[in-house]
Design a protein around this ligand. Sequence first.
Ligand code: FAD
Length: 476
Amino acid sequence: MPSDRRMFLSAGLGATAALASGLTTSAQAVSSEGRPLPGNLSHDLDARTAAADDFGRLVHKRPRGVLKPASSADIANLMRWVKGQGVKVAARGQGHSIYGRALVDDGIVVDMSAMNAIHDIGQDRIVVEAGATWKDLLEATLAQGLTPPVLTNYLGLSVGGTVAVGGIGATSSRHGMQTDNVIALDVVTGEGNEVSCSATKNPDLFDGVRAGLGQCGIVTRATLRLIHAPEHVRRFQLFYRDLPALAADQRRVLTEGRFDQLQGAILPDGRGGWRYQLDAAVFHASGATPDDKAVLSGLSDERSAAVITDLTYREDALAFGKFETLLRSKGQWSNPQPWLLSFLRGSNAERLAAGILAGLTGDAVGPFGRITFYPLLTKAFRTPLVRLPTEDIVFVFNLIRIPTSNDAAAAGRMAAENRTLYDRIREAGGVQYPVSAFAMSPGDWEVHFGSGWPQLREAKRRYDPEHLLAPGYNVF
Ligand SMILES: Cc1cc2nc3c(=O)[nH]c(=O)nc-3n(C[C@H](O)[C@H](O)[C@H](O)COP(=O)(O)OP(=O)(O)OC[C@H]3O[C@@H](n4cnc5c(N)ncnc54)[C@H](O)[C@@H]3O)c2cc1C
């Protein structure tokens, strides 16, 4: 097997005139209320250009200024300054959104990357600033033998960026989303108030911020749950002749709790067809290597094709980095990325996925893309604004489209196709994971949030009544 292909298979895988003239980098500039503007607000063209695009490269919006806050007070100051002026504000973590969610036309981007300090690490929790990446957080906790229960496949995302959407990973059937493992948050609201929240303190804000698409506040600091980190990971990549065989074994190992991590994908086989892959792992301590025969017993995969790999927990968590390096070397990391991410009802997932697959060729995702497909147990998911079909088992169904060219028109057509597919998925009882590449109207979001909509609408009314925050989602 060519090494590129091997790496791919092993990668674990959505104003006013006064302000216009008043925004300066000078600390002496003052608002109409006499309040000084944050000294680190920049409207330098390079900074504004860098904040005008995201990973998806499908939407382009240039802000009029970029704030790089050093503290929560800097953000509160900005929010109080923009209040009453109709100037929108978008927090930016690592800018890995797909469809302009961290962008703002002619408003202010709050670049959180410098607010990345790691504070206390206790036996069961860590306190971090929201601009920290999951990679930096993991390195710090592993030094103490600890880990967050859920890691995203790619660790170059910020804590604030995944708290805004959910944060799903290979252990989510056991531990839910990253938002289910948040203990407390410090937030600057759209009104410019600095507020702490948790399940018992300002719970409406806590529930409005977790997976609330940045609509109620900018998270500045998070207290997150930690557990003991496994030492080793034995990874099993199993291949199947067709989708029903893959799904049957996925369901079986999920309900038996056979693996500590479970994912899977439908991959272009390079010959115009597809390969069906179950990707799972068992955690273990040194000297307690799992018995492969027992782990794989009764499964119907093409056993001679199975790939079994031993890694440290850290190596496994960072494996996506190799895939990133590969895509960068081929220039494909910086192409438009019109991804579609969704959850299907367990009761019709195979049928719906097969129907969608019948209309797609490998070109729909590109040689390094994939269709992520695996089941989840929903009982571990408790964040009110994380939307999943209301069944015990749902399937992740993601079109990870990695085009081979930077053809904007072709990527635009894929985003349009995403919308058509989303309508079909929604019609069949599915929901999107809200990082997908296609346009959503406020009415679409109301449908998306369903029974959670009144709660989000009320939190928005209370904490960002002027609708200043996170305009890139077009929720309100
Ligand atoms: C290569 C890649 C792999 C991915 N893998 C996974 C995965 O395994 N699991 C998963 O769940 N997702 C995954 N995602 C999606 C990712 O979690 C989301 O797109 C996430 O929002 C990006 O985080 P970010 O730090 O880049 O945020 P940004 O793109 O900078 O911002 C995203 C949104 O969050 C808001 N936001 C950012 N920071 C804050 C803050 N401090 N307070 C309030 N709002 C804030 C922004 O305003 C914006 O609306 C992946 C994305 C990519 C590109």
